[in-house]
Ligand binder design. Sequence first.
Ligand code: NAD
Length: 359
Amino acid sequence: MSDFKHFEYMAKHRYEQVVYFYDKTTGLKGITCIHNTTLGPALGGTRLWNYASEEDAVIDALRLARGMTYKAAAAGLNLGGGKTVLIGDPETVKSEGYFRALGRYVQSLNGRYITAEDVNTSTKDMDFVAMETDYVVGLEGKSGNPSPMTALGAFHGIRAALQYKFGNEEFSKYTFAVQGAGQTGYYLIKKLVEAKAKKIYFSEINPKHIERMKREHPDVEFVEPKNYFGLNVDVIVPCALGGVLNDESIPQIKAKVIAGTANNVLLDEDIHGTMIKEKGILYAPDFVINAGGLINVYHELKEYNVGRATRDIEKIYDRLLEIFKIADTENIHTQQAAKVFAKKRIETINNVQDNYIKR
Ligand code: NAD
């Protein structure tokens, strides 16, 4: 028997709702978790994973939903945080019926939760979900691939970090090292090239992505992954995996700024957030700097307009400057400051809405 105390955990982190569902025809087994809907409907993708245990799945759903609350709040969106996890083998469970069954469970929440694709679910799968519910975003032919927009947001975030750290955001003065030239890394490197960065290095493990970079940007220099963190550059740009800022990598870092698209880059938020702060490195909190894709998809809920979405993504610049200031004023690390910033917005809007106004 597991000793995970569901309600104690929900009370501690102020969750609203956890829904379990099982479809007898397709074997769909999942959990939707809604963390907080103060700002609006909870939005978060559907992750399909072969979890080792049901408890692992619940904990993942809870953790990811809470992360979405902070991400949406810090991005200035009128969205709450939620997530769905499906328990199953991505190689075998998928079918039209499976995702239409999911769509019906999403619809049963009547707009309190909006889903999208995530790890092991695709826009094609979401097309089936959309046959049963309107509460799904990130569909083909609407806001499209989020990666260029995530990269665009990170580019504005890097500008903000340069401005705050060095008082100048002239890219030609700085050197950059990008980890991962996959979806977001590829588009971000393009932006850095266009901005005439002084020097760009990239590190990759996928030969196809290395080849593409060498072909399209011969001046962007490849560096072996083992030498990545020790590079003598101004900015480290993580665009690959989570957990890469840890006891081993941080002591090697010579850069003064860390800002990229990757999620959960701090292996331990507090320990490694503090280590980075103590080294005098400015770290742009992941869930703030990589919100471009989420902001873009949010615009799909209204009538999608690329100009409006792009302008909204640009605001990551001001938001990060505000967060860096909070960190300095309160003498806390920037990841913590980002949470202070997000919680403050939720609290403010909660209070603003406490009087009844007929619309
Ligand atoms: P991706 O899989 O397209 O790219 C990641 C790249 O990193 C791959 O090319 C991979 O080969 C490379 N890589 C893996 N391990 C590496 C290593 N040790 N050293 C160097 N390169 C390595 O993924 P993506 O969509 O670009 O996402 C990258 C990160 O950004 C992830 O953490 C993701 O969660 C986050 N993110 C992405 C989006 C988005 O819109 N795609 C939005 C928000 C956050």
